[in-house]
Design a protein around this ligand. Structure first.
Ligand code: WT7
Length: 691
């Protein structure tokens, strides 16, 4: 047994923009072995697994994942790495992603539920969509897309839909035709959706009248006008809009459809009842979708994922790491609008013939027993969620899981580090000590899980995500690019030595940015054609213990991880600058007991502004919600007399982050205006806690 926990409390603040300090105080936890019953039935249980995925088997080891799919044309080689860091997987192969997720299961499991939709209002019945029914719905919608809207293979479609079955149906209908979908999280504002739509030149924008969230109806169609305005401003408005309705017999929005531009999805599909269109075979490296994510610069980047490599990788990891079996009832309590939902609600589980639960609302609605009621009723065997949701469900209803007959075989977490206390509750109370817990580390860019214990093979260790997934070799490099040996206790930058099939292909419209942001840091020879010269830089600080387990410490760049999702500080700051009174803005992460981190915003005003600070604060908060969405809402907006600056005029966010987190701001002697730090500190002390 290892030493007991000796870590700081989750609420303890970090002094710096880098989040490293928080987790680095964690001690090593004791191992927890997977139960024998789990091991016996596991997909990845036999002792040869480690050999099959050993480094000398690269890249051939990834053939195993591709073999989970149906190929129209078999691939000629597993990897073409002739032009790093742009890789082509399963070269020469063709396939269709929708056919793999739907059609090929029809013979064997047509009557089995593919999707189980759980509406947020508990008074509404659960809707089960069989594979046969899913096939019918996908086919009919594909007919609408092709024949009514004239969309062609390669066209982009932006999908701004909530968590309803129409979302996966729309994604799969796109995939059936080889249209590239770009799903934007429904909680993002119309503005944010419109900018993303314009960035990739979407021809079609898909939305819905409304949905339920936290007990309230949301008028989602109200986001359409700002979305179209933003897309127009971006120079690429969509030609048409497809509007779903949440209910057949009533409307959740008063916003009228615009003749000639908007198409009623329910009515269009009804006109194509019984029609289908053939699934278009796509080259393995044809793009399947884009997923926008925040980075170090203001503009979100469209991570482009390939059809063959991505689908093989998510199917393979859903099988190996989440241990999904065909027919398993599986629930990932994330949103399909994030990469987690793409990979592990839609594509991975459906490729494997599992039953995937789509839940409309927030986890703890109307009470923190909700997820456990649903899981008991549906017989969920594999469950996945974020540490934020776990912390919240634990805080609001620690005893709730025990009140239900829960039979989880495997529990997964994703998105942020999980504290050992939260881990132990998840394992002991939710999993009754008999479920295996996997802490999965990965990113939008990586397509699928990169670090995790192999559930039947490695013991669990709370607070560590574990070693590399099959075929994945994480390393920690120092600033000079030297490997920091496991077990030294030193942290550095988490990198991947070799490529893998789920790695994004490029950034939409900006391949240079892929090189710059993920590979330049550790590439010494830009001309090199050897993948070994191109380690992938993930942007996370981490350390690797003697046992090879990776512990993630947090981001090293200007990204705030709110409830397991990335927000760019630059995006937030540019939203603040949309308020005319604001001259300068700085966003910094502040520790939050539930969400891990939330943004705190500092603004300095233009000279001569007479608007009262409270009012400016409200305008700034509103501007952030308009530009990004409620998820980015700041904890507080501090209107300050001046920003702490270096002599060269750079805002020292580190100092502000220290103040926000109630820490010493560190050395301020190099500041051009050290006196302002004391002023801001006094001001913060005098502010009443808000929000
Ligand atoms: C960032 C990626 C992966 C899908 C959801 C988020 C953080 C992710 C973990 C984990 C500690 C984690 C990292 C990463 N992260 N998983 N298990 N432990 N941190 O995707 O929005 O692209 O964010 O989330 O900082 O870089 P994303």
């Amino acid at each position: 047994m290892g030493p007991g926990p000796r870590r700081s409390s989750p609420g303890e603040p970090s002094p710096d923009l880098s989040e490293s300090e928080i987790a680095v105080h964690w001690g090593e936890e004791a191992y927890v072995a997977p139960p024998a019953e789990f091991v016996r039935q596991a997909n990845l249980g036999d002792p040869t697994a480690a050999q099959r995925f050993a480094p000398d088997r690269f890249p051939e080891c990834f053939r195993e994942y591709a073999d989970l799919l149906r190929w129209r044309t078999p691939f000629a080689s597993v990897l073409d790495a002739s032009r790093p860091p742009f890789y082509r997987w399963y070269v020469g192969g063709t396939l269709n992603a929708a056919e793999n997720c739907v059609d090929r299961h029809l013979a064997e499991r047509g009557d089995q539920a593919a999707i189980v939709f759980v509406p947020e209002p508990e008074s509404e019945p659960t809707v089960s969509v069989s594979y046969a029914e899913l096939g019918r719905r996908v086919g009919e919608l594909a007919a609408v897309l092709r024949d009514d809207l004239g969309l062609r293979t390669g066209d982009r479609v932006t999908i701004h839909l909530p968590m309803v079955p129409e979302l996966p149906v729309t994604m799969l209908a796109c995939a059936r035709l080889g249209l590239v979908h770009s799903v934007v999280f429904a909680g993002f504002s119309g503005d944010a959706a419109g900018h993303r739509s314009a960035d990739c030149g979407s021809r079609l924008f898909v939305t819905m009248d409304g949905y339920w969230r936290a007990g309230r109806p949301v008028d989602h169609l109200a986001n359409l006008a700002p979305a179209l305005a933003a897309a127009e401003q971006g120079g690429h408005p969509p030609e048409r809009v497809l509007v779903w309705r949440r209910y057949a017999d009533r409307r959740m929005s008063e916003v009228p459809l615009v003749e000639g531009r908007d198409l009623d999805a329910r009515a269009s599909v009804a006109r194509h009842a019984g029609h289908s269109v053939p699934a278009v075979a796509q080259p393995s490296d044809a793009p399947l979708f884009l997923m926008y994510t925040s980075g170090t610069t203001g503009r979100p980047k469209g991570c482009q994922h390939a059809t063959g490599g991505y689908l093989a990788y998510v199917a393979g990891t859903a099988r190996a790491v989440l241990d999904l079996h065909p027919g398993d009832v599986y629930w990932c309590l994330a949103d399909i609008g994030w990469i987690t939902g793409h990979s592990y609600i839609v594509y991975g589980p459906l490729a494997l013939g599992a039953t995937t639960v789509v839940y409309e609302g927030v986890p703890a609605h109307p009470d923190p027993g909700r997820p456990w009621r649903v899981a008991e009723r549906l017989g969920v065997r594999v469950f996945q969620t974020s540490p934020t949701a776990i912390r919240q469900l634990r805080r609001l209803g620690p005893e709730r899981p025990r009140q239900h007959d829960l039979r989880f075989r495997l529990l997964a977490t994703v998105g942020e580090p999980i504290e050992p206390e939260a881990w132990r509750w998840y394992h002991g109370e939710v999993g009754r000590g008999t479920a295996v817990v996997v802490d999965t580390w990965w990113q939008t860019e990586t397509g699928g899980i990169l670090c995790s214990t192999w559930p039947a093979i490695h013991p669990m260790k709370p607070g560590s995500c574990g070693p590399g997934a099959p075929g994945i070799r994480p390393v920690v490099l120092d600033e000079e690019g030297h490997e920091i040996a496991p077990g030294t206790g030193r942290a550095g930058n988490l990198c991947l030595r070799a490529p893998w099939p789920g790695l994004m292909q490029t950034i939409w419209g900006d391949p240079d940015r892929l090189v710059r942001q993920y590979f330049r840091k550790y590439n010494r020879d830009p001309e090199s054609r050897d993948w070994r010269d191109w380690p992938y830089f993930a942007g996370d600080a981490a350390l690797i213990a003697a046992d090879g387990y990776v512990r993630i410490l947090g981001r090293v760049d200007d990204v705030i991880n709110v409830a397991g999702h990335r927000l760019g500080t630059k995006e937030i700051e540019s939203a603040c600058l949309a308020v005319p009174e604001v001259a300068e803005a700085a966003a910094v992460p502040v520790a939050d007991e539930l969400k891990g981190k939330v943004p705190d915003v500092y603004v300095a005003l233009r000279p001569g502004v007479t608007v009262p600070p409270d009012e400016v604060g409200r305008r700034v908060a509103r501007a952030i919600e308009t530009a990004i969405g409620k998820i980015a809402r700041p904890r507080r907006v501090h209107v300050v007399p001046d920003m702490p600056k270096t002599r060269s005029g750079k805002i020292l966010r580190r100092v502000l982050a220290g103040l926000s987190n109630g820490r010493e701001p560190g050395d301020v002697t190099t500041l051009a205006n050290p006196e302002v730090v004391e002023q801001i500190r006094e001001q913060i002390a005098g502010e009443r806690p808000e929000r």
